[in-house]
Design a protein around this ligand. Structure first.
Ligand code: GDP
Ligand code: ZN
Length: 313
């Protein structure tokens, strides 16, 4: 007998598949499927939709992986050409940030957005810890929010402590495959708990979270949300971001720059030194935000970010 389902947990050689009716089956994978995708260390990832055959003992064997509509990929090791698929078919990423502590830099936000644009995953900015934004933080937050909303990103304001914004997040997450991303300590676990108190994830101070992050990377899981949908949980998976992007294509992942490209004199304008550049013109007239443009320059000049690491929850 054959059935279909979605991978909700991977542990190296075993995969937990959840069928539409909620039943969970532990599966192995057919040998030649393993070999097919030789460019990645793992043949299937959390979020993959699969067909499996079911045996009399109640276990299964995956025989087909449906085409992915997107996936998050990173290099399997620092210099490797082989990739590791972290998750597939992700409907949206919530990038959790805060202007309080630990404050998220716009450099980090913009690098992240380039990565998620390149993976074709819609990304929502969540400004958490809104309960502790005093006047000056609030003003800074309002400024940032305006920058990102203007170029099409949804910005939410939340507090895992007071519950502000939680209901709206829940409505957006319902029946979708969701991931939370952001630095340690911004409140990913606390938000997850506030959204669904069945999750009961450990929140902690930042140093503890760092230790927690040292776990194995072959383990990945999606939590089923009690209100419908999934939240990807891949503790310890850091060190990913932009994957295999050429310098010349980075501007295509800044939506406001991509929109102006047809008005640049050169079709392959990098918006740095070219004459007749619509992006630089817009920078003068306020159409392009200076901090976004500066972060763009930093990215294409290959400037390393000290806080490149982020986590996905
Ligand atoms: P994670 O590393 O992103 O999962 O962050 P945690 O969820 O562990 O939260 C880190 C710390 O920030 C904990 O001490 C939380 O209690 C605190 N925290 C999380 N969300 C909020 C919030 O909305 N407001 C305030 N004041 N503190 C928060
Ligand atoms: Zn240009």
């Amino acid at each position: 007998m054959q059935k279909e389902g979605i991978i909700i947990k991977t542990t190296g050689s075993q995969y937990t598949v959840r069928c539409d009716d909620g039943e969970r089956i532990i599966c192995t994978i057919k040998g030649n499927l393993r070999l097919k995708d030789y460019k990645s260390t793992n043949p299937v990832a959390v979020g993959d939709k699969v067909v499996f055959e079911i045996f009399e003992d109640g276990t299964g064997r995956i025989i087909k992986i449906h085409d992915r509509h997107n996936c998050i990929v990173r290099r399997s090791t620092k210099l490797s050409k082989i990739s590791h698929i972290l998750a597939s078919n992700v409907d949206q990423i919530f990038l959790i940030v805060t202007v309080a502590f630990p404050r998220t830099s716009t450099g980090f936000i913009d690098r992240f957005l380039v990565a998620s644009e390149s993976f074709q995953i819609p990304t929502i900015l969540v400004f958490n810890k809104i309960d502790i934004y005093e006047e000056s933080l609030q003003a800074f937050h309002d400024e940032l929010k305006q920058v990102y909303e203007k170029i099409g990103y949804t910005c939410l304001e939340t507090s895992a402590l007071t519950g502000q914004g939680i209901e709206e997040m829940r409505n957006r997450m319902k029946n979708k495959i969701n991931a939370f991303a952001g630095h340690s300590g911004v409140g990913k676990s606390a938000l997850a708990n506030a959204l669904d108190n069945n999750l009961n994830l450990k929140t902690g101070d930042i140093s503890l979270v760092h230790l927690k992050g040292k776990h194995t990377t072959t383990f990945a899981e999606m939590f089923e949300l009690s209100f419908g949908g999934f939240l990807i949980d891949t503790p310890g998976i850091k060190e990913f971001g932009m994957y295999n992007l050429k310098k010349e294509e980075i501007a295509l992942f800044f939506p406001e720059m991509k929109a102006l490209l047809p008005q640049c004199r050169f079709f392959n304008c990098t918006h740095v030194h070219e004459p007749g550049c619509a992006v630089k013109e817009a920078l003068e007239t306020g159409g392009i935000d200076p901090s976004r443009y500066q972060n763009y320059l930093n990215i294409i000049s290959g400037q390393e970010m000290e806080d490149e690491e982020w986590q996905i929850r």
